[in-house]
Design a protein around this ligand. Structure first.
Ligand code: NAP
Ligand code: GDD
Length: 334
């Protein structure tokens, strides 16, 4: 089979990093986008690859669109990154979250089974599936799932469906159980980017407060550009399997805030941060910490970017964005 890859969720955070990585390995990359009146290619533009990807139209909630795409392309690899991925909204959007994140995976796997059984399939599983199943202080491939949100529940369904297609039909299907990974193109609702964006706005006088929820939550935060390499490695193994991928180090939201304000050159973050109950969740996942020994041993993968470097990279990118737009504002008001 030709070196072709289909990425669903190409316009999100991970899609562009994965596409860039696969292009560098000589793949022809197809990106699936859903119907939008005005699709946003900003993240692909940020990485300079918008014109290097070929786009196909499809929607995870529309079974026939997935069948048509798989039938037409018969790709060597499918990376299923598409999801309603924001945990915080998943209580309000439980139905669509389930349809896209859970049933969408069933549809896509059925399409592969029917039209392209040699295709290798990657499912973007998540540490959110562990939720409270954290009895040892860390999570690995043997940790019990105890999801705490409609998002986490939908991803548990998708996880087991991926395993089941492997066990029932012999398809090459893998779950990457990825812990939080961030970047300068992280969605603005997620806490890391919300903080770095807030720091930049405060720096340039565009805001004077940053409203946040639970500062005590701890996450194992890595860099998206590193993590997509692990996803690719999973599909290059002799046998399909499931892997936990994380840095093995966690930090609280408070620590992220402190560091981001420091890199923004703004002393005394407490002056700006407001604890706002609107950003607290009905059920929280208090702490996640990866024990990713299997990925390190079998895939030979390890993260390159540290927590400190990640925060700095994100703050610098947002400062640059607002510096450019504030210059533009000054020029256009002249
Ligand atoms: P993201 O930025 O939210 O991107 C998700 C993408 O899915 C978006 O491009 C979105 O399209 C697309 N999408 C949503 N609904 C769709 C539908 N009905 N049909 C087709 N596409 C649809 O997420 P990400 O951070 O890149 O994460 C990628 C995947 O990894 C997700 O499945 C996420 O759940 C999972 N994951 C992420 C992390 C993390 O820390 N980032 C950790 C573990 C697992 P639009 O652009 O049109 O909205
Ligand atoms: N979003 C957000 N906004 N989160 C906040 C805020 C806030 O104002 N204040 C505190 N938090 C806390 C959340 O309660 C949570 O404990 C933590 O910050 C991280 O929240 P998010 O950045 O929204 O990420 P997440 O951990 O819920 O989910 C992300 O990581 C998962 C992997 O563990 C998403 O990328 C998921 O798609 C992914 O599966």
């Amino acid at each position: 089979m030709a070196k072709t890859a289909l990425i669903t969720g190409i316009l999100g955070q991970d899609g562009p990093y994965l596409a860039k990585f696969l292009l560098s390995k000589g793949y022809k990359v197809y990106g699936m986008i859903r119907r939008y009146s005005n699709p946003n290619f900003g993240n692909l533009d940020f990485l300079g690859i918008t014109d290097k990807v070929e786009y196909v139209d499809g929607d995870m909630s529309d079974e026939s669109s997935l069948y048509n795409i798989v039938k037409a392309l018969r790709p060597l690899e499918v990376y299923n990154l598409a999801a309603q991925s924001f945990v915080g909204r998943s209580w309000d959007l439980a139905k669509i979250t389930t349809e896209v994140n859970a049933l969408g995976v069933l549809y896509l796997l059925n399409a592969i089974k029917a039209y392209s059984p040699m295709t290798k399939f990657y499912q973007a599983s998540t540490s959110e599936m562990f939720g409270l199943g954290n009895t040892k202080g860390y999570q690995d491939e043997n940790t019990t799932f105890h999801p705490r949100s409609p998002y986490g529940i939908s991803k548990v369904y998708a996880f087991w469906t991926t395993v089941n297609f492997r066990e029932s039909y012999g398809l090459f299907t893998c779950n990457g159980i990825l812990f939080n990974h961030e970047s300068p193109i992280r969605g603005i609702q997620f806490v890391t980017r919300k903080i770095t964006d807030g720091v930049a706005k405060i720096k340039y006088g565009l805001a004077n407060k940053l409203h946040l929820g639970n500062l005590d939550a701890k996450r194992d935060w890595g860099f998206a550009g590193d993590f997509v390499e692990a996803t690719h490695l999973m599909l290059q193994q002799k046998n399909p399997d499931d892997y936990v991928v994380g840095t093995g180090e966690n930090h609280s939201v408070r620590e992220f805030v402190e560091l981001a304000f420091k890199y923004g050159g703004i002393p005394n973050w407490k002056k700006y941060v407001v604890i706002d109950p609107r950003f607290k969740r009905p059920a929280e996942v208090p702490e996640l910490l990866a024990k990713g020994d299997k990925a390190r041993k079998v895939l030979g993968w390890k993260p390159k970017v540290s927590f400190d470097e990640l925060v700095r990279m994100m703050v610098e990118a947002d400062l640059k964005r607002y510096k450019i737009s504030s210059k533009f504002k000054i020029q256009s008001s002249k």
